[in-house]
Design a protein around this ligand. Structure first.
Ligand code: BGC
Length: 511
């Protein structure tokens, strides 16, 4: 082992160097890529519950809503076209993330972020000016392309810039920005809902341009990561960047690992084919299952449809927006909790604790709703009950955000070796978007048919995903990214997929 590295308890190395202001600054700027994603998640639910918006674009839903106010509470918003509005974005993001993979790998992380911000900006303009459903949906697809690019590049960028022992904290800046975006959007909806003349929805949609400008301009000034510079054949620039971001000249060990990673990367012409190789089975499984589980936890039911859900529970217009602002606040605070615990407690403890908390609160919400609305959907929610539902929803949201929310982006971005990192992250993004789409598309129909049982359904998934983490996800805190293979080699299950020759990644035998 060269230059001052120490072996970490988890089996990796600790490179020398400190947290420099430069790294903090670049990571704060890059994580603003999360704002566009969050803004969109937060804005759609509020806008689709505004009457002037429904009257203009979805008059049938408006009539349905009026007629349902005294009958079946579970079914008042069930409409495919409205769901298509919410979810078209996610399909576009899914496809875009594959294109983003090539840009991120060949041109660097920075250009994907820039492309993402710019496309999102165009989408925001189209949406703000929308005259018909077609303009709305095309605008939303452009927003989706923007999100596909940003989510593909930002988490990887953050993980590569960060020193290993603070990677969790810096990466979760992305989740923090997502949640700030959600909260800002919910506050904006709350305000624009009061605009006289019925144009509030337009203001809400057009203001998506603000986060888009922030990340677009920010990306223009960002440097690329040492890993990406090395991967693209600029070893000297990579070395300089490493010195600069670590604030020391003692970067020999980390640099040597980058060179080794680059050597392997050079041999890989087809990352998409390589990712299917047996030795990457663990990473591939995580790239698919982590985002899948994140979405079937049911979180986006709350994020997209909180206002609708609260109205269903008997809150009137304003109160429902206010309630979703509360859940937005919990999201932000929970992200901060995650940032400051993830590198000390580790990923596994947060996953397991958060899972338990989500389970208990989902069962409580389902049961409270069952008691008041039964299976007929007809009933009233007295104040005390409604307050308890809101409280448990907040407990659930907190549990989600500091576990699956934050870690659902952190863990996939840190486990892939350089040669397949871009491809791996694209899989994560597209699976995430696919199931965000499925849930967004299906929720209102599911609520209408499964009723309170929907909450038990999501609780069932939480049991499965928590057990999965307990058995199959090794701890990755403190382990340098280009050393991650050690973690899989040491795992009771995944070690069987990795042969001795694969040690070349670790720099133990291979250098
Ligand atoms: C998830 C989103 C979710 C957000 C906030 C993110 O990590 O990917 O689907 O809406 O957290 O809850």
């Amino acid at each position: 082992m060269a230059g001052g590295a120490i072996v970490d308890t988890a089996g990796g190395k600790q490179y020398p160097g400190k947290l420099t202001l430069y790294v903090v600054f670049t990571c704060v700027v890059a994580s603003t890529g999360g704002l566009i994603f969050g803004y969109d998640i937060g804005i759609s639910g509020g806008v689709t519950s505004m009457d002037p918006f429904l009257l203009k674009f979805f008059p049938e839903v408006y009539r349905q809503k009026q007629a349902a106010s005294k009958s079946n509470q579970y079914c008042q918003y069930d409409n495919q076209l409205l769901q298509a509005f919410t979810s078209s974005l996610y399909l576009a993001a899914l496809v875009a993330s594959f294109f983003a993979s090539a840009v991120t790998r060949i041109l660097g992380r920075k250009w994907s972020m820039l492309a993402g911000g710019f496309t999102f900006l165009v989408g925001a303009a189209l949406n703000g000016a929308a005259q018909n459903v077609a303009m709305l949906i095309v605008g939303r697809m452009l927003l989706g392309v923007g999100i596909g690019f940003a989510n593909q590049s930002v988490p990887v960028y953050l993980s590569e810039m960060a020193p290993a022992h603070l990677r969790g904290m810096l990466n979760i800046g992305f989740q923090l920005m997502i949640t700030i975006g959600i909260l800002a959007a919910e506050l904006i909806n709350y305000g624009t809902n009061k605009i006289k003349g019925g144009h509030g929805w337009r203001v809400s949609l057009a203001l998506a341009a603000v986060p888009a400008v922030i990340i677009t301009v920010g990306a223009l000034f960002l440097p690329d990561t040492p890993n990406s510079l090395m991967e693209r054949g600029h070893p000297e620039a990579s070395r300089r960047m490493l010195r600069r971001i670590r604030g020391t000249d003692d970067i020999g060990e980390e640099y040597a690992d980058l060179v080794a990673a680059r050597e392997i990367s050079k041999q890989v012409q087809h990352p998409w084919r390589n990712i299917l190789m047996r030795k990457y089975r663990a990473q591939l499984t995580m790239a698919v299952l982590i985002p899948f589980f994140q979405q079937v936890s049911g979180i986006n039911v709350i994020n997209f449809y909180a206002p609708v859900l609260f109205e269903t529970l008997g809150f009137k217009g304003d109160a429902s927006l206010l309630s979703s602002v509360m859940t937005g606040g919990v999201l932000v605070l929970g992200s901060v909790v995650s940032m400051f615990t993830v590198d000390r407690l580790g990923r596994r403890k947060l996953f397991l604790q958060g899972g338990a908390q989500m389970l208990v609160s989902q069962i409580a919400v389902g049961t409270l709703i069952a008691v008041r609305f039964g299976t007929s959907g007809v009933g009233e929610m007295p104040r005390g009950y409604a307050a308890a539902v809101v409280l448990f929803i907040c407990v659930y949201v907190a549990g989600f955000v500091w576990s699956w929310g934050a870690l659902g982006w952190l863990v996939p971005s840190e486990i892939f070796p350089l040669e397949i990192r871009s491809a791996g992250q694209s899989i994560t993004v597209s699976v995430n978007m696919l199931f965000t789409f499925v849930i967004a598309q299906a929720f209102l129909t599911m609520l209408c048919h499964m009723k309170f049982g929907l909450f038990y359904f999501f609780a069932g998934w939480v049991v499965i995903m928590t057990a999965f983490v307990a058995l199959f996800l090794p701890e990755t805190k403190n382990v340098p990214m280009e050393e991650m293979v050690l973690v899989w080699k040491g795992h009771w299950f995944w070690s069987r997929f990795i042969g001795d020759a694969d040690d070349i990644h670790t720099g133990v035998n291979g250098k």
